[in-house]
Design a protein around this ligand. Structure first.
Ligand SMILES: Cc1ncc(COP(=O)(O)O)c(C=O)c1O
Length: 341
Protein backbone atom coordinates (compact mmCIF):
# COMPACT_ATOMS: atom_id res chain seq x y z
CA UNK A 1 0.00 0.00 0.00
CA UNK A 2 1.18 3.55 -0.80
CA UNK A 3 0.19 5.93 2.00
CA UNK A 4 0.38 9.51 0.76
CA UNK A 5 -2.28 10.99 3.07
CA UNK A 6 0.15 12.92 5.24
CA UNK A 7 3.82 13.17 6.18
CA UNK A 8 2.78 12.23 9.72
CA UNK A 9 2.15 8.56 8.84
CA UNK A 10 5.86 7.64 8.90
CA UNK A 11 7.07 4.89 11.22
CA UNK A 12 10.32 5.15 13.17
CA UNK A 13 13.24 3.58 11.26
CA UNK A 14 15.26 0.78 12.92
CA UNK A 15 18.10 3.28 13.59
CA UNK A 16 15.64 5.71 15.17
CA UNK A 17 14.26 2.94 17.39
CA UNK A 18 17.80 2.11 18.49
CA UNK A 19 18.42 5.75 19.40
CA UNK A 20 15.15 5.76 21.38
CA UNK A 21 16.04 2.57 23.24
CA UNK A 22 19.50 3.90 24.16
CA UNK A 23 18.35 7.35 25.35
CA UNK A 24 19.13 8.33 28.96
CA UNK A 25 15.89 9.60 30.53
CA UNK A 26 14.57 11.29 33.67
CA UNK A 27 11.41 13.04 34.83
CA UNK A 28 11.21 16.03 32.51
CA UNK A 29 8.62 17.84 34.64
CA UNK A 30 11.40 18.04 37.26
CA UNK A 31 13.81 19.07 34.47
CA UNK A 32 15.66 15.76 34.90
CA UNK A 33 15.64 14.37 31.37
CA UNK A 34 19.05 14.90 29.73
CA UNK A 35 17.89 13.81 26.26
CA UNK A 36 15.07 16.36 26.26
CA UNK A 37 17.42 19.08 27.54
CA UNK A 38 19.88 18.21 24.78
CA UNK A 39 17.21 18.37 22.07
CA UNK A 40 15.87 21.69 23.36
CA UNK A 41 19.34 23.25 23.43
CA UNK A 42 20.10 21.87 19.96
CA UNK A 43 16.92 23.24 18.37
CA UNK A 44 17.38 26.65 20.04
CA UNK A 45 20.93 26.74 18.60
CA UNK A 46 19.73 25.73 15.13
CA UNK A 47 17.54 28.84 15.00
CA UNK A 48 19.92 31.15 16.88
CA UNK A 49 17.50 31.58 19.79
CA UNK A 50 18.16 31.34 23.53
CA UNK A 51 15.83 28.47 24.37
CA UNK A 52 13.31 25.90 23.19
CA UNK A 53 10.68 23.68 24.81
CA UNK A 54 9.61 20.18 23.77
CA UNK A 55 5.83 19.80 23.32
CA UNK A 56 3.66 16.83 22.37
CA UNK A 57 2.18 18.33 19.20
CA UNK A 58 2.40 21.16 16.71
CA UNK A 59 -1.01 22.37 17.81
CA UNK A 60 0.08 22.66 21.44
CA UNK A 61 3.34 24.35 20.40
CA UNK A 62 1.43 26.92 18.32
CA UNK A 63 -1.10 27.56 21.07
CA UNK A 64 1.56 28.01 23.75
CA UNK A 65 3.55 30.34 21.48
CA UNK A 66 0.50 32.43 20.68
CA UNK A 67 -0.38 32.75 24.34
CA UNK A 68 3.17 34.00 24.92
CA UNK A 69 2.76 36.88 22.49
CA UNK A 70 -0.97 37.72 22.72
CA UNK A 71 -2.64 38.40 26.10
CA UNK A 72 -6.24 37.20 26.54
CA UNK A 73 -8.75 39.58 24.99
CA UNK A 74 -6.22 40.95 22.52
CA UNK A 75 -5.60 40.20 18.88
CA UNK A 76 -3.69 37.91 16.53
CA UNK A 77 -3.61 38.47 12.76
CA UNK A 78 -3.27 35.43 10.50
CA UNK A 79 -4.19 34.20 7.02
CA UNK A 80 -7.74 32.87 6.69
CA UNK A 81 -6.43 29.45 5.69
CA UNK A 82 -3.68 29.25 8.31
CA UNK A 83 -3.43 26.03 10.33
CA UNK A 84 -3.84 28.04 13.55
CA UNK A 85 -7.14 29.38 12.21
CA UNK A 86 -8.51 26.40 10.28
CA UNK A 87 -7.35 23.21 11.96
CA UNK A 88 -6.78 23.94 15.66
CA UNK A 89 -10.47 23.85 16.52
CA UNK A 90 -10.73 27.39 17.85
CA UNK A 91 -8.02 26.78 20.47
CA UNK A 92 -6.65 30.34 20.35
CA UNK A 93 -10.06 31.63 21.48
CA UNK A 94 -11.11 28.65 23.61
CA UNK A 95 -7.83 28.23 25.52
CA UNK A 96 -6.03 31.55 25.21
CA UNK A 97 -8.92 34.03 25.02
CA UNK A 98 -7.24 35.32 21.86
CA UNK A 99 -9.24 37.28 19.32
CA UNK A 100 -8.20 36.45 15.75
CA UNK A 101 -8.65 38.55 12.61
CA UNK A 102 -7.68 37.17 9.22
CA UNK A 103 -6.43 38.41 5.90
CA UNK A 104 -7.87 36.71 2.76
CA UNK A 105 -6.49 33.26 1.85
CA UNK A 106 -3.44 33.40 -0.36
CA UNK A 107 -1.34 30.56 1.04
CA UNK A 108 2.27 31.58 1.54
CA UNK A 109 1.92 34.66 -0.69
CA UNK A 110 1.77 37.53 1.81
CA UNK A 111 0.77 41.12 1.06
CA UNK A 112 2.86 42.92 3.67
CA UNK A 113 1.13 46.28 3.13
CA UNK A 114 -2.27 44.68 3.61
CA UNK A 115 -1.19 43.00 6.86
CA UNK A 116 0.39 46.16 8.21
CA UNK A 117 -2.76 48.15 7.38
CA UNK A 118 -4.76 45.71 9.53
CA UNK A 119 -2.69 46.37 12.67
CA UNK A 120 -4.69 48.28 15.29
CA UNK A 121 -2.54 50.00 17.93
CA UNK A 122 -3.37 49.98 21.64
CA UNK A 123 -4.98 53.07 23.14
CA UNK A 124 -8.03 53.18 20.86
CA UNK A 125 -11.51 51.77 21.53
CA UNK A 126 -10.68 48.63 19.52
CA UNK A 127 -9.00 45.29 20.20
CA UNK A 128 -5.23 45.93 20.08
CA UNK A 129 -3.17 43.80 17.68
CA UNK A 130 -0.34 42.03 19.50
CA UNK A 131 1.01 39.53 17.00
CA UNK A 132 1.02 38.32 13.40
CA UNK A 133 1.30 34.60 12.61
CA UNK A 134 2.70 33.20 9.36
CA UNK A 135 3.06 29.56 8.24
CA UNK A 136 6.23 28.19 6.61
CA UNK A 137 5.69 26.06 4.56
CA UNK A 138 1.98 26.65 4.06
CA UNK A 139 -0.11 23.50 4.42
CA UNK A 140 -3.36 24.51 2.68
CA UNK A 141 -1.23 26.58 0.30
CA UNK A 142 0.19 23.30 -1.07
CA UNK A 143 3.52 23.43 0.78
CA UNK A 144 4.23 26.88 -0.65
CA UNK A 145 7.06 29.02 0.72
CA UNK A 146 7.04 32.67 1.73
CA UNK A 147 10.25 34.19 0.30
CA UNK A 148 12.85 35.35 2.84
CA UNK A 149 12.69 38.89 1.47
CA UNK A 150 8.93 39.13 2.11
CA UNK A 151 9.39 37.84 5.66
CA UNK A 152 12.12 40.43 6.24
CA UNK A 153 9.80 43.25 5.15
CA UNK A 154 7.05 41.89 7.40
CA UNK A 155 9.54 41.70 10.31
CA UNK A 156 10.60 45.33 9.83
CA UNK A 157 7.02 46.52 9.61
CA UNK A 158 5.79 44.55 12.63
CA UNK A 159 8.78 45.67 14.70
CA UNK A 160 8.03 49.29 13.81
CA UNK A 161 4.42 48.74 14.92
CA UNK A 162 5.47 47.02 18.19
CA UNK A 163 3.77 43.77 17.14
CA UNK A 164 5.26 40.27 17.64
CA UNK A 165 5.81 37.80 14.81
CA UNK A 166 5.10 34.07 15.24
CA UNK A 167 5.98 31.39 12.71
CA UNK A 168 4.04 28.14 12.52
CA UNK A 169 7.11 26.34 11.22
CA UNK A 170 5.72 22.81 11.30
CA UNK A 171 7.52 22.27 7.97
CA UNK A 172 10.14 25.02 8.12
CA UNK A 173 12.74 22.31 7.36
CA UNK A 174 11.14 21.83 3.96
CA UNK A 175 11.45 25.57 3.19
CA UNK A 176 15.07 25.52 4.40
CA UNK A 177 15.91 22.64 2.03
CA UNK A 178 13.89 23.92 -0.97
CA UNK A 179 15.05 27.55 -0.81
CA UNK A 180 18.46 27.01 0.78
CA UNK A 181 17.70 29.57 3.52
CA UNK A 182 19.82 28.87 6.63
CA UNK A 183 17.71 28.13 9.71
CA UNK A 184 19.22 31.06 11.70
CA UNK A 185 18.10 33.42 8.92
CA UNK A 186 14.55 32.29 9.65
CA UNK A 187 15.14 32.26 13.40
CA UNK A 188 16.18 35.90 13.59
CA UNK A 189 12.90 37.03 12.03
CA UNK A 190 10.52 35.59 14.58
CA UNK A 191 9.80 36.22 18.26
CA UNK A 192 8.43 32.69 18.54
CA UNK A 193 8.51 29.65 16.28
CA UNK A 194 6.83 26.28 16.54
CA UNK A 195 8.60 23.49 14.67
CA UNK A 196 7.59 19.84 14.23
CA UNK A 197 9.68 16.67 14.19
CA UNK A 198 6.72 14.45 13.31
CA UNK A 199 6.02 15.86 9.82
CA UNK A 200 8.22 14.41 7.13
CA UNK A 201 11.23 13.96 9.40
CA UNK A 202 10.00 10.59 10.60
CA UNK A 203 9.77 11.10 14.39
CA UNK A 204 6.64 9.58 15.95
CA UNK A 205 5.85 12.59 18.17
CA UNK A 206 7.21 15.99 19.00
CA UNK A 207 7.30 19.70 18.36
CA UNK A 208 9.21 22.56 19.93
CA UNK A 209 8.50 26.17 20.80
CA UNK A 210 11.57 28.35 20.15
CA UNK A 211 12.14 31.81 21.65
CA UNK A 212 13.88 33.88 24.32
CA UNK A 213 14.84 32.29 27.66
CA UNK A 214 12.21 34.42 29.40
CA UNK A 215 9.43 33.39 27.03
CA UNK A 216 10.38 29.71 27.16
CA UNK A 217 10.31 29.75 30.99
CA UNK A 218 6.73 31.02 30.74
CA UNK A 219 6.01 28.47 27.99
CA UNK A 220 6.98 25.71 30.43
CA UNK A 221 4.20 26.87 32.78
CA UNK A 222 1.67 27.12 29.96
CA UNK A 223 2.57 23.61 28.76
CA UNK A 224 1.94 22.21 32.24
CA UNK A 225 -1.38 24.06 32.43
CA UNK A 226 -2.45 22.43 29.16
CA UNK A 227 -1.53 18.98 30.40
CA UNK A 228 1.57 18.78 28.22
CA UNK A 229 4.11 18.15 31.00
CA UNK A 230 5.66 14.77 30.15
CA UNK A 231 7.87 12.52 32.25
CA UNK A 232 10.54 10.12 30.84
CA UNK A 233 10.06 11.66 27.44
CA UNK A 234 13.70 11.46 26.38
CA UNK A 235 12.63 8.34 24.49
CA UNK A 236 10.70 10.63 22.14
CA UNK A 237 13.24 13.44 22.18
CA UNK A 238 15.87 10.91 21.03
CA UNK A 239 13.69 10.09 18.02
CA UNK A 240 13.43 13.82 17.28
CA UNK A 241 17.17 14.34 17.53
CA UNK A 242 17.78 11.37 15.24
CA UNK A 243 15.28 12.84 12.76
CA UNK A 244 17.07 16.20 12.75
CA UNK A 245 20.50 14.62 12.35
CA UNK A 246 19.54 12.20 9.56
CA UNK A 247 16.33 13.18 7.82
CA UNK A 248 16.46 16.88 6.97
CA UNK A 249 18.68 17.04 3.87
CA UNK A 250 16.87 14.03 2.33
CA UNK A 251 13.65 16.10 2.16
CA UNK A 252 14.89 17.13 -1.31
CA UNK A 253 13.98 13.59 -2.45
CA UNK A 254 10.41 14.04 -1.19
CA UNK A 255 10.19 17.38 -2.99
CA UNK A 256 11.34 15.80 -6.28
CA UNK A 257 8.78 12.98 -5.97
CA UNK A 258 5.99 15.47 -5.20
CA UNK A 259 6.97 17.47 -8.28
CA UNK A 260 6.90 14.29 -10.37
CA UNK A 261 3.36 13.52 -9.18
CA UNK A 262 2.26 17.10 -9.90
CA UNK A 263 3.76 16.99 -13.42
CA UNK A 264 1.87 13.76 -14.16
CA UNK A 265 -1.43 15.22 -12.92
CA UNK A 266 -1.05 18.69 -14.45
CA UNK A 267 -2.61 17.69 -17.82
CA UNK A 268 -5.88 16.98 -15.94
CA UNK A 269 -6.08 20.63 -14.81
CA UNK A 270 -5.98 19.77 -11.09
CA UNK A 271 -2.57 21.22 -10.18
CA UNK A 272 0.06 23.57 -11.58
CA UNK A 273 3.29 21.60 -11.29
CA UNK A 274 5.53 24.69 -11.16
CA UNK A 275 3.87 25.74 -7.88
CA UNK A 276 4.83 22.46 -6.14
CA UNK A 277 8.11 23.28 -4.38
CA UNK A 278 8.02 20.94 -1.37
CA UNK A 279 6.24 17.72 -0.37
CA UNK A 280 2.53 18.70 -0.44
CA UNK A 281 0.48 18.45 -3.62
CA UNK A 282 -3.01 19.94 -3.41
CA UNK A 283 -5.39 18.71 -6.10
CA UNK A 284 -8.04 21.26 -7.00
CA UNK A 285 -10.96 19.18 -8.24
CA UNK A 286 -13.28 22.14 -8.87
CA UNK A 287 -13.44 21.39 -12.58
CA UNK A 288 -12.98 17.61 -12.36
CA UNK A 289 -15.82 15.10 -12.69
CA UNK A 290 -14.81 13.54 -9.33
CA UNK A 291 -14.98 15.38 -6.00
CA UNK A 292 -12.36 14.82 -3.31
CA UNK A 293 -14.18 12.09 -1.31
CA UNK A 294 -14.88 10.12 -4.53
CA UNK A 295 -11.28 10.36 -5.80
CA UNK A 296 -9.90 9.42 -2.37
CA UNK A 297 -12.27 6.44 -2.00
CA UNK A 298 -11.53 5.08 -5.49
CA UNK A 299 -7.77 5.48 -5.05
CA UNK A 300 -8.01 3.68 -1.69
CA UNK A 301 -9.71 0.71 -3.41
CA UNK A 302 -6.49 0.46 -5.44
CA UNK A 303 -4.31 0.75 -2.33
CA UNK A 304 -3.19 4.34 -2.93
CA UNK A 305 -4.15 6.49 0.04
CA UNK A 306 -4.52 10.28 -0.25
CA UNK A 307 -6.47 12.74 1.91
CA UNK A 308 -9.63 14.83 1.62
CA UNK A 309 -8.89 18.42 2.72
CA UNK A 310 -12.09 20.13 1.52
CA UNK A 311 -15.00 18.86 -0.63
CA UNK A 312 -13.09 19.67 -3.82
CA UNK A 313 -9.51 19.64 -2.53
CA UNK A 314 -7.52 16.43 -2.09
CA UNK A 315 -3.93 16.23 -0.82
CA UNK A 316 -1.07 13.98 -1.89
CA UNK A 317 1.99 14.01 0.38
CA UNK A 318 5.46 12.51 -0.07
CA UNK A 319 7.59 11.58 2.94
CA UNK A 320 10.23 9.25 4.36
CA UNK A 321 8.11 6.13 3.78
CA UNK A 322 7.21 6.92 0.13
CA UNK A 323 9.78 5.59 -2.36
CA UNK A 324 9.97 5.71 -6.16
CA UNK A 325 7.75 2.62 -6.54
CA UNK A 326 5.04 4.18 -4.34
CA UNK A 327 5.32 7.36 -6.40
CA UNK A 328 4.93 5.43 -9.67
CA UNK A 329 1.95 3.54 -8.25
CA UNK A 330 0.27 6.77 -7.08
CA UNK A 331 0.78 8.34 -10.52
CA UNK A 332 -0.61 5.27 -12.28
CA UNK A 333 -3.73 5.08 -10.09
CA UNK A 334 -4.51 8.81 -9.93
CA UNK A 335 -3.99 9.44 -13.66
CA UNK A 336 -6.13 6.37 -14.40
CA UNK A 337 -8.98 7.63 -12.22
CA UNK A 338 -8.86 11.19 -13.55
CA UNK A 339 -8.74 9.96 -17.15
CA UNK A 340 -11.72 7.66 -16.62
CA UNK A 341 -13.84 10.32 -14.83
C1 LIG B 1 1.23 23.86 9.28
C2 LIG B 1 0.86 23.01 10.45
N1 LIG B 1 0.91 23.53 11.68
C3 LIG B 1 0.59 22.80 12.77
C4 LIG B 1 0.19 21.50 12.66
C5 LIG B 1 -0.24 20.76 13.89
O1 LIG B 1 0.53 19.70 14.22
P1 LIG B 1 -0.04 18.49 15.15
O2 LIG B 1 -0.84 17.64 14.25
O3 LIG B 1 1.22 17.86 15.65
O4 LIG B 1 -0.83 19.10 16.24
C6 LIG B 1 0.11 20.90 11.40
C7 LIG B 1 -0.34 19.50 11.26
O5 LIG B 1 -0.31 18.92 10.20
C8 LIG B 1 0.45 21.68 10.27
O6 LIG B 1 0.37 21.19 9.03
Amino acid sequence: MADLRSDTVTRPTPAMREAMAAAPVGDDVFGDDPTVADLEAHVARLFGHEAALFAPSGTMANQIAMQLVVPAGEELLAGADAHVVTYELGAAAALGGISTRTWPSRGAALDVDEIVAMIRPAGYPSVPTRAVAVEQTHNLGGGSITPLETLRRLREATRAAGVSLHCDGARIWHAHVADGVPLPAYGELFDTLSVCLSKGLGAPVGSLIVGSAERIARARQLRKRMGGGMRQVGILAAAGRHALDHHVERLAEDHARARRIAEALEPFGVVEAATVRTNLVMLDLTKAALDAPALVARAAERDVHIAVMLPRIARVVTHLDVDDDDTDRAIEVLTGLLRAA
